[in-house]
Design a protein around this ligand. Structure first.
Ligand code: HEM
Length: 543
């Protein structure tokens, strides 16, 4: 804050006149100073110690070194207050000191209280040291300390006035409103203004993108019923209620997480705040929902966690497979030898037992092969290929298994070619795996339909494999995790291999399921003319 010392001089003279402070006070102050001087260092120390007890007071100090320096400044100040001369220079120094406190943000009330500390300390010294002259000394002290205080309080008032004037000028600035609108409009955060009835009054561009509604479609309608998903915790309504019950003169903010239902019925997860500004008039009150759409972030986090899990399991699988493979081969050899040794005439029970053991060993052997398939580092051998062709090929391969299970196969493809850079063999493995699962699911209820469908999105090819089987037992189950299986003889690696291949292509796989409709959706990046096909090395943690 800029201090104009001249503007304080007239006030200083006026205050001196008001309390009748004049040359007759000066001898008493000097006498008091002689008695108090040895105590000034202690008074200054205790002065800052008191400040340490209060958060808002201690907050204005930079560090301990500054406090030490200020103790000396305070000793100088006490000397000056009791010696004068009480001229223009004195007035300017006091006004400057006042302004310093405004500058550091010291709340005004601490200034008033702090002055009381000096007064008490110096009055005590006067009464102890000055006998019957103490009363006059205390009167002189009271006058000059109050003048100091009045000057300091005025610097606070002046600073406040300067701020109001600046703010008013700012408000009148013709571009100001437009800049605010631009800032809110361009902010990469969802901003929705809602009135007390829950009706949308304004929304920015990010809010339009997140909800899928154009501004004019949503403004005037109830936000909750249009865009919020009924949550058991009713977090939005609760937050509105809590904020509504806080005093209107204070601003209120609550952290909020909620799910938005977009115009097309998708769910978007929001994290942010519901906030209401302090209100000084009786006009309409607006609540602002300010937040971020974290849906993609959260989905990415889930994918990363899943990939990490898969990578960790991959390391384990590779090690395990190597350890198991040799003894298994040995066991199988010995079983063959035993079978031969017993011959056809051997004990039927023993032969049967050998068969059982042999089957189990084979099962273990298959498991090891799957393990290695899952864990082995491989290069993606990408080439530009038509997604339609790949779908045709995969479906053709499944025809025998489908007819055996009395399952009909259907193919729905777009007319115009959808091209992508893919490792054909691997993606075929993905499609076959999904189709196989779907045929088994549809067949399990006595024959049904499996549909393979492909379509394109702006940057992705989407391939869906849909069956009308009984649906997944548990939609939340970690079906893409390694070793998770609901099949009696499954290794639990099929879908994790599928997941891995899709993610190594930069794609995504998801599933939706209810009885009679299970849909595995694979999204693969489309062929990008800017990017030549590349070979990507699998991220394997195998040692
Ligand atoms: C009547 C009460 C007070 C008096 C007479 C007083 C006196 C002074 C003086 C003389 C200075 C100038 C130091 C310099 O020139 O370097 C100063 C600065 C300062 N005072 Fe006070 N003070 C008072 C109250 C307080 C209180 C209560 C606090 C905090 C709790 C405080 C915090 C500060 C700080 C942080 C500065 C440094 C400002 C800067 O460096 O810009 N003062 N004060």
């Amino acid at each position: 804050m800029a201090v104009d010392p001249a503007s304080y001089w007239d006030r200083f003279l006026e205050m001196k006149r008001y309390v009748r402070f004049g040359p007759e006070d000066e001898p008493f102050l000097r006498e008091l100073l002689a008695a108090s001087r040895p105590e000034h260092a202690r008074i200054a120390r205790q002065f800052y110690e008191r400040a340490r007890e209060h958060d808002e007071a201690i907050a204005v100090f930079q560090d301990e070194a500054q406090i030490k320096r200020l103790q000396s400044s305070l000793v100088v100040w006490m000397e000056r207050v009791m010696t004068g001369p009480y001229d223009r220079d004195y007035c300017a120094k006091s006004a400057r000191i006042g302004a310093m406190h405004v500058q550091v943000g010291l709340p005004q009330r601490f200034m008033v209280m702090a002055m009381t500390l000096f007064r008490l300390a110096l009055v005590e010294i006067a009464e102890e040291a000055m006998g019957d002259r103490a009363t006059r000394a205390v009167q002189a002290l009271t006058r000059i300390l109050d003048i100091e205080l009045a000057l300091m309080v005025d610097t606070y008032a002046d600073a406040f006035l300067q701020r109001i004037t600046r703010s008013e000028q700012d408000q009148k600035h013709p571009d100001r409103l437009r800049r605010y609108v631009e800032a809110v409009e361009l902010a990469p955060a969802v901003v929705v203004g809602i009135d007390e009835e829950g009706v949308v009054q304004l929304m920015n561009r990010a809010a339009q993108e997140a909800t899928g509604y154009a501004r004019d479609e949503l403004v005037g309608l109830n936000f909750s019923s249009m865009c919020l998903v009924e949550h058991e915790d009713h977090s939005f309504e609760d937050a509105m209620g809590i904020i509504a019950s806080s005093p209107p003169s204070e601003s209120a903010t609550l952290a909020l997480s909620c799910s938005l239902r977009t115009r097309s019925g998708h769910l978007r997860e929001m994290r942010g705040h519901l906030t209401r500004a302090a209100q000084r008039d009786l006009g309409e009150r607006l609540y602002f929902l300010v937040g971020r759409d974290v849906t993609d972030e959260e989905a990415l986090a889930v994918r990363v966690r899943r990939s990490e899990k898969l990578a960790a399991v991959g390391t384990l699988a590779a090690g395990l497979a190597h350890e198991i493979r040799n003894p298994l081969n040995g066991a199988q050899l010995h079983l063959t030898y035993m079978r031969r040794a017993l011959g056809k005439e051997g004990d039927g029970d023993v032969l049967e037992a050998i068969e059982v053991v042999s089957d189990e060993v084979k099962r273990l052997s298959d498991l090891v092969t799957d393990f290695l398939d899952f864990a082995r580092p491989r290069e993606l051998n990408r080439s530009r290929i038509s997604v339609q062709d790949l779908c045709h090929r995969s479906l053709d391969l499944l025809k025998p298994a489908a007819s055996e299970a009395h399952v009909q196969l259907a193919l729905e493809l777009p007319d115009s070619e959808v091209m992508a850079d893919l490792d054909t063999a691997m993606i075929e493995q993905v499609f076959l795996n999904l189709l196989n699962n779907a045929v088994q699911a549809a067949g399990s209820v006595g024959g049904g339909v499996v549909t393979m469908r492909a379509y394109r999105r702006p940057r992705h090819a989407v391939i869906e494999v849909v069956d009308d089987g009984p649906g997944l037992q548990d939609v939340e189950a970690p079906i893409f995790d390694a070793f998770y299986s609901t099949k009696d003889k499954g290794t639990g690696l099929g879908l994790s291999i599928v997941h891995r291949i899709v993610s190594d292509h930069g794609g995504e796989i998801s599933v939706q399921s209810r009885p009679g409709a299970t849909c595995f959706r694979v999204e693969l990046p489309l062929y990008d003319p800017e990017q030549p096909p590349t070979s990507v090395v699998f991220q394997s943690t195998r040692p």
